[in-house]
Every structure is written in structure tokens, then in C-alpha cells.
Design a protein around this ligand. Structure first.
Ligand SMILES: C[S@@+](CC[C@H](N)C(=O)[O-])C[C@H]1O[C@@H](n2cnc3c(N)ncnc32)[C@H](O)[C@@H]1O
Length: 392
């Protein structure tokens, strides 16, 4: 008897979910093709003026590229990709999850029913009640979010939604700062998406005086950012070239870092604590430092099943790293909370650690220290990089 064709089973489910409005996301992983730095492909449904499309986000090491396809093209690409270049596919629908994994010539399929999950909106053009409504701004064009006609480009809708969400989160945090004209330092600013969006909103909509400095080690991005800030008339926004550790953050009311790589997040937290910033907010990126320590150390034997599978080690490393960061912030007088700041359909790196200085440095210091020591011992961790910076 012919073995079941798992790829066709998956594609049938994808196509049905697409038609029923039940498609949440399809993710292709385990890439082993020729494209350098391609990590994964995320597929979702979008509604465009030209009809409903499959939107493919090609996730590279340092960038995303989005392409939209009609169904027949999308299914051809998926069929070829799954047969030749990707080892796994994870389909999420409103009613079930389906995972297909290829191991050599063998294909395994697992389906799990789910309840209460909603499909994301496919509406591409709806402005909702976003903080940034005007789209014809020079910075939106310079950052490639808006086209020449001033409208947000189709392939930048996701990014525009994300930065609006960030403005929604950060604007009230900035408003809560006591300073009249707060100084916000964004460490590892990249192209400065958040800085432009936040500055624009605070200066032109909320009428909140503010000074934002983006610190970035790639000089070209700094030159471009400063030129765009000037062209936009954003006098209080500037970019400085250099590393986070080189930057003198004294006087900062808030230190933020979004997806600064690995320990650069710790550098930013350290600079924030050293400056006594009232607010520190970081969205961590990769978590290699602790993962390496967990791999070379001796975690508690009872954790063995939790650390048996690579993907779970990855997730545990992420949670342990950020738990320790949150505890080290608490140890230094910050009240911390951690939450998802954008949907994981946009990015898996969607945790935001928000720490607000509440001044109660002495509170339960011994208890917090004990927790740090115990967690490190449990996971076989010698030292968290941030601990070393703080000299704890
Ligand atoms: C993944 S990008 C994120 C950019 C931006 N924060 C965003 O969310 O769009 C990380 C940026 O941090 C910069 N970066 C990483 N480590 C840094 C360091 N130690 N000092 C300064 N910049 C750093 C990189 O050059 C890169 O532009």
C-alpha cells in the first residue's frame, strides 16, 4: 500500500484553513537549501486590493523579506520547499495544530486539536486606532515603510503595525517618567524604527518634549538616521556611533534596547542601572551565553527530560536568561514585569522586560540573591554575563 503523502495532507489542510479563514500561521523550518542565512519562512493570509493572498515572510538572520502569492503559486512553492529544502512545517489553525517533520526519506505528521484560538485579522489596509495615522512622513519613506506616494507599502504593513504597537506601549511609560524633557537612550538602535515612531508620536501628537538618542555600532545607519532626523525636523532625535559599553548613558531617564543581539541586551541593562535610569525596557534577542553555559555545565539531573530536546533547551535558555535578568534588575531596585509586546505571529522574539525603578533597593535582597543562586545551580550556570557586569 502506498504510504500517505504527508506533504499533500498538510497542503490540503493549509488550503482548507486559508479558504475558511482559519489559518493562523504556517511556519517552515529546518532550512538546508542554498540561500545564505535563511532561517524560516512564515506564511499567513492577507487581504489586498488584488484579493486574498498567501503572504510569505522569509526570515533571514538579520532581516525579513515579504512576498505575496496567489494560492496556486503558494502551493507550488510550499510543495517544492517541503520536499527539498525544509525539514519541518508547523501549521496553526483556529481548530488544530499540525506538524510535519522529515527525517531522511521518512515523513511524520502529528495533529493536535486546539480550542479558543482566533485567526488574526487579514485586513491589510485598516488603520484601526493606531497612534501614527499620517503616513506621508519623510522618515517613513526613508526607512522604506512608505512608498513614493506616501502610503505604507504592502510588504511593510506588518512592520508598521509593530511600530505602532511599540508606540502604544512606550508612550505611557515615557509619560510616567518624572522628567520634564526625558532623555531616552535606545541601545542597538539599528535603523531607528522605534526612535522615529516614538519621537514623531511624542513630539507631534502627545506634545511631550523628549530627547531620544539611538546608539548603534554600524556607522552608516547612524549617518542615515541623523540625515533622516534632520530632514524630518526632529531636533531632539539623534544617533551616535559606537558600542553600547562605550556610550556614556549618564543622565538617561530611560534606556531601551529592542532585539540587541545576545549579551548586548545585558550591556544595555547594565548601562541603564549604572545611570540610575527610571525606566529600562528590553526585548531580548538570542540567548547564546546562557545556552552555552547550560550545555557545558552540570544542570540538575532531574531537568534531563526538559533539556533532552534541542528546541526545548533553546526555550529554557531563553526563559532562564530573562528570568535572571529580571531578578538582577529587582536586586538593583527595579520592579519588573515581562509580557509579549507583539503577537508571536510577527516575531518569536516578542518578550519585553519592563523595569521601573521603585527605589526599594534593600527589599528582600537576600531572598532575590538566593533565588539567583538556586536557579544558576539548577541549570548548571557559572555566571550570567549581566551578573559579571554588575559585579554581583
Ligand atoms: C537586530 S538589530 C535591532 C535594531 C533595532 N533595535 C530594531 O529593533 O529595529 C540589533 C542592532 O544592534 C546593533 N548592536 C548589536 N550589538 C551592539 C553593541 N554592542 N553596541 C552597539 N550596537 C549594537 C546591531 O548593529 C544592530 O543594528
Amino acid at each position: 500500500m502506498k504510504p500517505p503523502d504527508r506533504i499533500e495532507e498538510l497542503l490540503t489542510a493549509v488550503s482548507a484553513a486559508f479558504a475558511d479563514g482559519a489559518l493562523v500561521q504556517l511556519k517552515l523550518g529546518g532550512y538546508h537549501g542554498d540561500e545564505p542565512d535563511l532561517k524560516a519562512v512564515l506564511v499567513k493570509k492577507i487581504s489586498t486590493k488584488a484579493g486574498e493572498k498567501y503572504s510569505f515572510t522569509y526570515r533571514y538572520k538579520t532581516r525579513d523579506t515579504i512576498k505575496n502569492f496567489a494560492e496556486h503559486e503558494a502551493l507550488v512553492l510550499l510543495r517544492e520547499g517541503l520536499a527539498n529544502e525544509f525539514r519541518s512545517a508547523q501549521l496553526a489553525t483556529t481548530g488544530f495544530d499540525m506538524v510535519v517533520e522529515r527525517n531522511g526519506a521518512k515523513m511524520r505528521l502529528k495533529r493536535t486539536e486546539v480550542k479558543g484560538r482566533e485567526a488574526p485579522s487579514t485586513d491589510h489596509n485598516r488603520a484601526k486606532n493606531r497612534p501614527l495615522t499620517e503616513t506621508g512622513k519623510p522618515w517613513l519613506k526613508a526607512l522604506g515603510l512608505a512608498g513614493k506616494n506616501g502610503a505604507i507599502r504592502n510588504d511593510a504593513q506588518d512592520k508598521f503595525r509593530q511600530i505602532n504597537k511599540m508606540v502604544e506601549i512606550f508612550a505611557p511609560l515615557v509619560a510616567a517618567l518624572k522628567a520634564e524633557k526625558p532623555l531616552i537612550i535606545d541601545m542597538g538602535a539599528g535603523k531607528g524604527y522605534l526612535d522615529f515612531a516614538l519621537y514623531d508620536y511624542l513630539a507631534t501628537v502627545a506634545k511631550q518634549p523628549v530627547c531620544i538618542i539611538g546608539v548603534e555600532m554600524r556607522e552608516q545607519l547612524v549617518t542615515d538616521g541623523n540625515a533622516t532626523a534632520k530632514a524630518s525636523g526632529f531636533e531632539g532625535l539623534s544617533f551616535e556611533a559606537g558600542t553600547i559599553m562605550e556610550h556614556d548613558a549618564s543622565g538617561a531617564d530611560a534606556v531601551i534596547a529592542l532585539h540587541a543581539c545576545d549579551t548586548a541586551t545585558d550591556d544595555a541593562i547594565f548601562k541603564g542601572i549604572a545611570a540610575g535610569a527610571a525606566l529600562i525596557a528590553v526585548a531580548p534577542c538570542c540567548h547564546k551565553q546562557i545556552r552555552r553555559q547550560m550545555a557545558s555545565g552540570k544542570p540538575d539531573a532531574t531537568l534531563e527530560p526538559l533539556l533532552r530536546h534541542g528546541i526545548f533547551v533553546e526555550r529554557q535558555a531563553e526563559m532562564v536568561t530573562d528570568t535572571l535578568r529580571a531578578l538582577l534588575l529587582e536586586l538593583n531596585g527595579y520592579r519588573t514585569k515581562v509580557f509579549e509586546f507583539v503577537s508571536d505571529a510577527h516575531t518569536p522574539k516578542n518578550n519585553l522586560i519592563v523595569a521601573e525603578k521603585d527605589g526599594r533597593t534593600g527589599r528582600d535582597r537576600d531572598a532575590v540573591l538566593k533565588q539567583i543562586v538556586e536557579i544558576k545551580a539548577m541549570f548548571g550556570i557559572g555566571e550570567h554575563y549581566l551578573e559579571g557586569l554588575l559585579g554581583e
